[in-house]
Design a protein around this ligand. Structure first.
Ligand code: SAM
Ligand code: SF4
Length: 330
């Protein structure tokens, strides 16, 4: 990343963009959205795919080498595959990954491969169809479960994201670890965060320490794995198992010191920290007719002003009602 010009005031280089392509979704996970009455933004407030492409090109010229496509559910937006195919040709972009709920990507396996996309994160919080229904308020377990194994058979690298919460799915933790016995996938257990579109959040939920002690109580022989640079998860393997698992302190925020990511929401809000307010709305900057060099300056200034960590950023965020992750771009 020698050429990166996206460097914050603490010397952290930004090379990873999480791009939310829509706020809409075909599931209603309790930790992300209310069951009813989710206010989706009018279509004209969303960045068009053309605008997203142009902004992505600009980000890549500033040193972004990895883009994760997220949402909302990325595959519910019409035209997503054509957009991804265009993105895959961007100069400087080394990797496109996608976070999806796994209900729809099965339709696009061949096109995903052709676009060079090899890594998908699938969100699944229970291996029990009934609990899955309670968590997502939709009866899609079989589609998601089938999609995971189809992707593995087709040679994709698959990570499963599982938000752990007391009273919801702690009984699924060991079955998820057991899934790594025969399958070369990675399960990541996440702490629940307060981004559910309301002001209700019980922060006394399962912490990363709780998750670790629960699993290590069952598997005392766990091996800790070498972390990838800038990784947010602490990773382990049960000796002899084909896959591995990780624990992400998404609420405890122990990883901010090496964070290399920024987020662009579907409405153009650029966030340099998930917990902070948007630094700028790039849709508005773009639609005001700003030149490329003006937009570059807006982006580099926003990144330069990034705060030390998610706690400092949260203190700057006056909002009582927290946005949904589907708006922020999870
Ligand atoms: N719809 C896609 C999906 O579910 O994978 C992509 C968007 S979703 C917002 C991205 C990730 O954020 C998912 O893994 C989801 O579990 C996680 N997420 C959403 N709300 C969360 C919350 N309040 N706390 C922790 N993780 C959350
Ligand atoms: Fe939809 Fe993903 Fe949010 Fe669940 S976590 S409601 S699948 S955007």
């Amino acid at each position: 990343m020698e050429n990166s010009v996206l460097i914050d005031q603490y010397g952290r280089q930004i090379s990873y963009l999480r791009l939310s392509v829509t706020d809409r979704c075909n599931l209603r996970c309790y930790y992300c959205m209310p069951e009813e009455g989710m206010n989706f933004v009018p279509g004209k407030e969303l960045l068009t795919f053309g605008e997203m492409h142009d902004l992505s090109a600009l980000f890549c010229s500033l040193g972004i080498s990895k883009i994760r496509i997220t949402g909302g559910e990325p595959f519910v937006r019409n035209g997503i595959m054509t957009f991804l195919e265009g993105l895959s040709g961007l100069s400087g972009l080394q990797e496109i990954t996608i976070t999806t709920n796994g209900t729809l990507p099965g339709r696009y396996i061949a096109r995903l491969k052709d676009a060079g996309i090899r890594k998908l994160n699938i969100s699944i919080d229970s291996l029990d169809p009934q609990r899955f229904l309670q968590i997502t308020r939709r009866d899609s377990f079989r589609d998601v479960y089938a999609c995971i194994f189809r992707l593995l058979r087709e040679g994709f690298e698959v990570k499963l994201n599982c938000v752990v919460a007391a009273g919801k799915n702690t009984q699924d933790i060991i079955p998820f670890v057991e899934l790594t016995k025969e399958h070369a996938l990675v399960v990541r257990f996440l702490e629940e965060m307060p981004f559910n579109g309301s002001s209700n959040f019980d922060q006394f939920n399962w912490t990363h320490e709780d998750i670790y002690s629960f699993i290590s109580g069952r598997y005392p022989e766990l091996t800790r794995l070498q972390a990838e640079p800038n990784s947010t998860s602490v990773n382990y393997r049960v000796p002899g198992y084909k896959g591995s698992f990780g624990i992400i302190p998404s609420f405890s925020r122990t990883f901010c010191g090496s964070c290399n990511r920024i987020r662009l929401s579907a409405t153009g809000e650029l966030r340099t920290c998930l917990y902070g307010p948007p630094a700028v709305n790039l849709r508005d900057v773009l639609r005001s007719g700003a030149s490329e060099s003006e937009i570059r300056k807006v982006i580099t200034d926003a990144v330069a002003g990034r705060l030390r960590d998610g706690f400092e950023a949260e203190r700057q965020n006056a909002k009582q009602i927290k946005d949904s992750m589907s708006m922020l771009g999870g």
